[in-house]
Every structure is written in C-alpha cells, then in structure tokens.
Design a protein around this ligand. Structure first.
Ligand SMILES: NC(=O)c1ccc[n+]([C@@H]2O[C@H](COP(=O)([O-])OP(=O)(O)OC[C@H]3O[C@@H](n4cnc5c(N)ncnc54)[C@H](O)[C@@H]3O)[C@@H](O)[C@H]2O)c1
Length: 343
C-alpha cells in the first residue's frame, strides 16, 4: 500500500482530532503542519515529528503532499482549498465548507477541474445513533418522516469569543450558534430526510453576548418538498452544554437521537437502540475520546479509503454545499424577515 503524505493547515482546537485520527489511520503519515502562530506550528511539528510552516502556500509548494486537511477560520476554507486543488492535492476541509454557497461552488469546481477529491467534515453522521436512524428510514421501517424537532442549548460565554480573533464575527466565521455549533445537526437531519427544501422561515437574535455581533439564538422551520418539516431552536447562552435533542416523528414510530446514541420505538412494539462500543473510541490526546461526537477518526479513515479506491468521499463538496445552502437561507430569511423559497 503506497503511503499517503498528509499536511494540516491550522493547529488550533480541532487539530488534535485530525492528527490523532491520522496516527490511527493505516497507510498515511503526517508530513507537515502549518500555522501562522509559530508556537502552535512548532509544538505540533515536534509532537508529530514532521516539518512546520508558517505560510500555507509554501507548505503546499514544498510539502510533497497527497492530501491536506484545512482546519482554519471559515473564511479561509475556499482560498486554501482552491490553492491546494491547483497543486493537485486532495482536500479534507473542516465544516462548514464555506460561508456562502457561491464559494462552495468555486471549491467544488477547482477540485473537479484539477482531478482531486474534496471531503468535508461532518463527523456526527458516523455516530452509531445517526447510522441506526438512517438504516431504519432507508429500509422503510419507520415510514415517512412527518416532523423533526431539534433543540440545541450550549454554553459559549463571552470569554469563549474573546479568546478568538475570528469566532463570533460575520466576516470570518459567517455567524454564530447556527453556522458553528448547529451545522452538525442540520447536516445530520438533512441527510436523514434526504429531500429538497421547499422553504425556510427563521429568526435570529443576540440575547446574551456583549462581545459579539452574530446570533446566539436561531429558531424557525425548514419545510421539505415531500412534507417533512423541521422545527429548530438553537441557543449557545445556556448555563452548560446540554445534550442536543433530536426527535424524528415518523409514520410508524419515533426516533430519539441523543449525542452519539439513538433509540427507535416502532408502533408495532419493537424498540432498538444504538450506542458506541468501547472499542470504537480513540484517544484524541490527554485521554479525550469525545469531541461533539467521537467519529472524526472514522470519517478520516473513510476519506482515505475513498482516495485509495478513487471514489468520492461520503461527504463530498456537493453534499456539504446542500447543508450550507440551508444555513445560508436561514440567515437570509432572518435578515430579510421573510419566508425564503428554494428552487
Ligand atoms: N467538526 C467539529 O466538531 C469541529 C469542532 C471545532 C472546530 N471545527 C472547525 O475547525 C476549524 C478550525 O476551528 P478551531 O476551533 O480549531 O479554530 P482555532 O482558532 O482554534 O484554530 C484555527 C487555527 O488556524 C490558524 N490560522 C489562521 N489563519 C491561518 C493561515 N492563514 N494559515 C495557517 N494557519 C492559520 C490559527 O492561528 C489557529 O491556530 C473551523 O472550520 C471550525 O468550524 C470543527
């Protein structure tokens, strides 16, 4: 098996989940890391015994890379992806693919034109709970999904935002609780519902944060063409990070997804559950096994399997763009105070 050389751009909070996942993926090696903050780049390079760059273009030019992971502020995802694609380097980009769908289109095109794959992280699709729900929806045992309830209540105090020069800004992050914390769950729901959006009607507000201008609350409805509607309520000013609650009310039963697990109760009396097995966890460093879902390493392993087989990654640019389109139109609806119909 040819060893694949990998580089990582951005050595911040999500970096360990990617680096430890790569250590646990056969046939790949971390060749180089990059961060504009020299201390972060050097520390990461020392730990993973690889080279360090402060400038990502130099890294892409000289790193001899097969693939690069983009773990940087959201506004940089399009530029960095396109620069990697031009150099024929495959890309695994953290969520969200971009801030606006047009930029996602440019990324998808650049990768397609240069014959490289584009994967986008949405690790919660790989949770046992999400996979069980997908199986029971796909095989028809639950019947049509009538409605979905999504309630997210996290704790991101002003101090969380004050530590960052990009989080909580419209231009660099693209929003707040919606595009950052909630996009994971919007993505899982869209994947489970597997239908086109009819319309979106939503509100956003900033209720509790003084140091940011973006929303810390988003609520509304996403109505899908075949009738399913999602009612969502998302805040990040709660007093702790509560478990996100997702309920799918289906014709033949109900699905309750909590964290990585799910319980399905069918109206014929049958109940099934799925939770992570102990052997599915890896150590992301300092004993940490979980990070908004523990499945980074599963998605990363699948991404490299797809590269080896010259197949599209499960969550490619086009898939990630569909979720971004929903997020983008929630913002549009809220800012324009109107219902937005999608084609
Ligand atoms: N999938 C998940 O569960 C999850 C969780 C957290 C963050 N994320 C995503 O990961 C990405 C990074 O988030 P984070 O929390 O690690 O942010 P962070 O601010 O902790 O880290 C970002 C790093 O990028 C570096 N950087 C900025 N500009 C750069 C440039 N031009 N070249 C090289 N490095 C540069 C910064 O110095 C910083 O070290 C975001 O897309 C975020 O949404 C995903």
């Amino acid at each position: 098996m040819k060893q694949l050389n990998v580089g990582l751009i951005g050595c911040g909070s999500i970096f360990p989940m990617h680096a430890q996942s790569l250590v646990n993926t056969p046939g790949v090696i971390i060749r180089t890391v990059c961060d504009i903050k020299p201390f972060r780049a050097r520390k990461a390079a020392k730990k993973y015994r690889c080279s360090a760059y402060l400038d990502y273009k130099s890294m892409l030019d000289k790193g001899d890379l097969d693939a690069v992971h983009i773990l940087t502020p959201h506004y940089l995802h399009p530029l960095m992806t396109i620069e990697a694609a031009k150099r024929k380097i495959h890309v695994l980009c953290e969520k969200p693919i971009a801030i606006i769908p047009k930029d996602a289109d440019r990324m998808i095109k650049a990768c397609r034109d240069n014959g490289v794959k584009l994967g986008v992280v949405s690790q919660n699709r790989y949770n046992p709970g999400s996979k069980l729900a997908k199986k029971y929806i796909s095989n028809g045992k639950l019947g049509k999904i009538k409605a979905v309830k999504l309630v997210l209540s996290y704790h991101k105090p002003d101090s969380f935002y004050r530590k960052s020069d990009w989080k909580g800004t419209w231009d660099k992050e693209g929003g707040g609780v919606l595009i950052d914390q909630s996009i994971h769950f919007i993505d899982v729901l869209r994947w489970l519902i597997n239908d086109k959006v009819d319309y979106i009607e939503a509100n956003i507000a900033n209720r509790m944060h003084n140091s940011i201008k973006v929303e810390d609350l988003a609520e509304g409805i996403i109505k899908f063409k075949k009738g399913t509607y999602v009612c969502f309520y998302l805040i990040n000013y709660y007093s702790y990070d509560d478990d996100t609650e997702i309920e799918l009310d289906c014709e033949k039963g109900r699905v309750n997804i909590v964290k990585d697990s799910a319980r399905i109760g069918l109206y014929n009396g049958i109940a099934v559950n799925a939770s992570p097995r102990p052997d599915e966890y890896i150590d992301y460093g300092k004993g940490r096994k979980d990070y908004w879902g523990f499945c980074h390493w599963i998605q990363i392993k699948e991404f490299y399997k797809a590269l080896r087989n010259n197949e599209e990654p499960d969550i490619n640019g086009a898939e990630a763009r569909k979720t971004l389109e929903i997020v983008y139109n929630i913002y549009r609806s809220a800012k324009q105070h109107k219902r937005i119909y999608l084609d």
